[in-house]
Design a protein around this ligand. Sequence first.
Ligand code: FAD
Length: 432
Amino acid sequence: MPRESLEVNHNYPPSYYAATAADRMVLRHELTDAVKTDVCIVGAGFTGLYTALRLVEAGKHVVILESERVGWGASGRNGGQAILGFSCDMPPIEAQLGYESARDIWNLMRDSATEIRQRIAQYNIDCDWRNGHLWTSILPRRESILREWQQEAAGKWNYETLRFIPKNELPDWVGTDRYCAGLYDPTAGHLHPLKYVLGLAAAAERAGVLIYEQSAALRYQQHGNRVTIETGKGKVTADALVMAANVYLGDLDKNLSRRIIPVGTFMVATEPLEEIAQSLIPSGVCVTDNQFILDYFRLSADGRLLFGGGCTYLGGTPRDIQKAMRPSLERVFPQLKGIGIEFGWGGMIDCTVRRTPDFGRHGNVLWAQGFSGHGVLPTCVAGRVLAEALLGDDTHLNRFMKLANPPFPGGKLFAAPIEAAGKLWYRMRDLF
Ligand SMILES: Cc1cc2nc3c(=O)[nH]c(=O)nc-3n(C[C@H](O)[C@H](O)[C@H](O)COP(=O)(O)OP(=O)(O)OC[C@H]3O[C@@H](n4cnc5c(N)ncnc54)[C@H](O)[C@@H]3O)c2cc1C
């Protein structure tokens, strides 16, 4: 790709993704009148769009309100790693729901890995999809976590595709000696998230979904079996409302926003690495380590290293993201010391107290949030679960609703110091 064509689109964060997806960005109208619909969805990220697609495929009329642009939130700026499982892993889900329900939830996750591939093919979304994820261990004592998950996945969840990669085989997978072992999952994969979310939106619109941008939902009111949602200049009256708004929900529903806190995570993109790129990740997979405060990275289609990590609580952002991220990148790949970094950006993840997903329903208002940094595939599960419930089958939603997601103790004021102390503790544990 000619370097001159990489221009940041200022409606989106200054990411590598925004610079390379400008050709498919469509400016949509703001809502300026009163409309009626079957379902109104707040948020045009993965969660909102997956829900909308399933509803419109079932014949429902759907309106999406997006306060910024399609994919402006986490969905258009994430690491692009489509990894199976929720952030909390399976044990807390099984402990709370029992084996049968947990198995059902794991199967939904497996289905979502198929669905993402199907949707890319069905809508012909050019989004740089590649198969494969490598989960690595830095600390020898955490190698057992990889082996235990491989055994649990095969024995308990009937998921037998994982392959353990010992230290001596790692050079074929990733060009660093930082790791002592890895676990390869061919069913996972990675993509350009902004191209993908814009492709989902275009498909939803072709099917009849109306998407309004720059149209923040400011307040809603339930009355009988209807709900009205007000924006600055318009109003939607619907049979049901879906909140798919991540950490940006704010005052629209305080009961929901109390159950998550925003945690910042950051990414950089190097300059194109030409022939060095292949030597960094010869396998072409995406990589995540199993530290508590983890690094995640992969190659872009044009041969850059996209590297993410770090975290800050309640929206803090380093003044210079590229500078802040460089030491982590160079710790993994010392051979990239001093390499040019062309993009740096950040985003918020929606963490729940126990990192379990928070899907629910209150009458005709449904929601899905709390992906806790692990949402590329789980949002696909969420879209299915919410849409099924709205179409009359709430079996899956009822299961998710049994997961306890209490508000953060002391609200956001106390969540920051508690989480910061937790982060310090985890950083210490990552050292030994
Ligand atoms: C930097 C970063 C890296 C990540 N990396 C990965 C990864 O590699 N793998 C992975 O699985 N997960 C990753 N995640 C998490 C993943 O991106 C999210 O879990 C997922 O995208 C959440 O999708 P969503 O649709 O629920 O929320 P979002 O994509 O954030 O969409 C919510 C939308 O709602 C809109 N909105 C909010 N309030 C209102 C309102 N009142 N009215 C109208 N619109 C509103 C917002 O503008 C936003 O566009 C990462 C997240 C970040 C930030």
